[in-house]
Ligand binder design. Sequence first.
Ligand SMILES: [Zn+2]
Ligand SMILES: [Zn+2]
Length: 271
Amino acid sequence: MRIPDALKTSLLFPRYWNKNRLALPTTELWEALAHLFFPPVCYYCKAPLDSRGRQKLCPKCRESLTLTEAPYCLACSKIDVSLDEETLLCPDCQAKSKRAPLSRVIAGAAYTGLAPHLVSKFKYGNARYLADPLTDIITSHPEFNVLSPYIYALVPVPMHWAKRLIRGYNQAEDLAYELSRRTKIPVVKALKRTRYQSPQASLTREARMSNLGGAFRFDKRYAGYFQRQPKHMITAVIDDVCTTGTTAELCARQLKIAGAKNIILLTVAKT
Ligand SMILES: [Zn+2]
Ligand SMILES: [Zn+2]
């Protein structure tokens, strides 16, 4: 018997069932069946999970995350800082120019506890499945649901082609595609990284700026795309972690020149 291709894809990848318009059981039922044979475990520490819940991390891992909750800085999402009573900005953000190309950083968690471990396993440990719980962290930000209907495009921070070849994937792109799958916002790979440079985690903000200067280039194939962006819509740059914000700022600068408006950064964690 010949099995139609649409049916084959549907059976292998339940998330595409709706796409093929087949009247098959829902993803939930498929997952319940799969859980009979492979009981669910925590994505990070592999501890057994309660199969009835839809959590991806065990209670212990979830507890060691510090999710962004009010009060937080309205510009950079930082918690545990003194905020100006009127503007609700932290001292760093108050000092920044209002005309900076990147208007906000929406970070789902603080870069403490489990967050650095999750991110580094995702990035360096070939654990691409962590894009799922990490996207949960981004969307847990108190304002995510308010902002998401206005997001015009998801632009992942690009990786140099040689680095991508070595790692095999760009973690920012994986996050963007997972977000896009959930929200139906398009992923637009409009930026290119033109310079290969060493990791710069230990550098200061100024040193990063000069190290990264000219590292990003706008892909001219998308020239018209951001010029057509309606004024009330948002362009979101996607990255795994925001340290000093330099990378996202440089990306935002290129996007702004190309016509993008209201540029924000969506990220898992803010240091
Ligand atoms: Zn766990
Ligand atoms: Zn701030």
